[in-house]
Design a binder for this molecule. Structure first.
Ligand code: PMP
Length: 361
């Protein structure tokens, strides 16, 4: 087998090696079934068991209360940017509040504007999205349909340490890039959504955790796929689900439970990994310039620049030659971005830290 590099891609991102190995072993024929998971009817017993197992593991890992449903959808998080206002805002005279902390929050807002009234409760544009709002900075509407946040901004590398206070208004959180990276109190949320391709599996499946009462109001005249209720009533089989992706998501959950010991341990490891890199940045006398202010730094996407574009390029090329790959910042911001999701081993981060120290010298 070709050697694996340390892959710092922001997504699709590194997968846990034991998951890839199990999928490889069982790819052609699942034990006791004799067919690939890709060849199974989604209505048949073997796939239904895989589907139920993936869902049960998610419920257990995130301690999801039975006030909430778990849906496996397609269309990525970007379809959720539209489905959320279509289901919760469209046809009401309420306002949806958006806390815009980076590129993804901005894109979520752009879609919501098409569906109903919106209010920008905070916008980090003036400081180039390098920090998050304090509670007192938020201009929340009195009777909002929901408040939308992006818990981790993948491009800028800022992450909420705790959710903002929004009273009785449903809190909607895009957790695409920090899903299952730490425990969350699901009962505080109306909706949590995440495309899988960072922390949960391959691209093609999107997880939506939604409070059941929020599914009631959407009009049945909407295109069927866009109505959460249809997916919930059909246990995410309203249409053919992305079966292979859900299978892999289930394996990732099993790895988080059995190998990693659950989300509290995962969180500790993620914090320690991030600290290794932030320490180098902070002790570099300005050689490495971190983007986010220290208190709002992401544990998932460590973003920084060197003195100029040429030095950034040299850093990326030399890192790549040492097997530290896909470290380029998002095309809209440049610089360096080390995405260190759950599946990035500590050794990968240590190797990057050592490279950063050597490169500075
Ligand atoms: N939100 C966040 C925070 C993301 O990082 C991404 C993908 N990078 C998206 C939304 C969009 O996800 P998708 O491409 O699956 O629609």
């Amino acid at each position: 087998m070709p050697e694996r590099v340390f892959n710092f891609s922001a997504g699709p991102a590194v997968m846990p090696l034991p998951v890839l190995e199990e999928a490889q072993r069982d790819l052609v024929a699942l034990p006791g079934v004799g067919s690939s998971v890709m060849e199974l009817s989604h209505r048949g017993k073997p796939y239904m068991a895989i589907h139920a197992d993936a869902k049960a593991r998610l419920v257990s890992l995130l301690n999801i209360p039975d006030t909430h449903d778990v849906l496996f959808l397609q269309g990525g998080s970007r379809l959720q940017f539209s489905m959320i206002p279509i289901n919760l805002l469209k046809g009401t005279d309420k306002t949806a509040d958006y806390i815009v902390t980076g590129s993804w929050g901005k894109k979520a807002l752009e879609e919501a504007v098409k569906e109903g009234k919106t209010n920008v409760a905070w916008d980090g544009k003036s400081t180039n999205f390098n920090c998050l709002p304090k509670q007192g900075d938020l201009k929340l509407s009195s009777d909002a349909a929901y408040v939308h946040i992006t818990s981790n901004e993948t491009i800028q590398g800022v992450q909420f340490a705790a959710e903002p206070e929004v009273g009785n208004v449903p809190l909607v959180s895009d957790q695409s890039s920090d899903f299952m990276s730490r425990p969350v109190d699901v009962s505080k949320y109306g909706i949590i959504y995440a495309c899988a391709q960072k922390n949960a599996g391959p691209a093609g499946v999107t997880v939506v955790i939604i409070r059941k009462d929020l599914m009631e109001q959407a009009s049945s005249d909407l295109p069927g796929y866009l109505v959460y209720r249809n997916h919930a009533e059909a246990d995410s089989m309203w249409n053919t689900p992305p079966t292979f992706g859900i299978y892999l998501l289930g394996l990732v959950c099993k790895w988080l439970q059995d190998d990693m010991g659950g989300l509290e341990k995962v969180q500790k490891q993620n914090e320690a990994k991030a600290q290794l890199l932030y320490d180098v940045i902070d002790q570099s006398n300005g050689f490495y310039i971190g983007h986010a202010v220290p208190e709002d730094r992401s544990k998932m996407n460590v973003t920084f620049k060197l003195g100029d574009d040429e030095l950034d390029k040299r850093f990326l090329a030399e890192a790549n030659a040492e097997g530290l790959t896909q470290l380029g910042g998002h095309r809209s911001v440049g610089g360096v971005r080390a995405s260190i999701y759950n599946a990035m081993p500590v050794e990968g981060v240590e190797k990057l830290r050592d490279f950063m120290l050597k490169f500075k010298k």
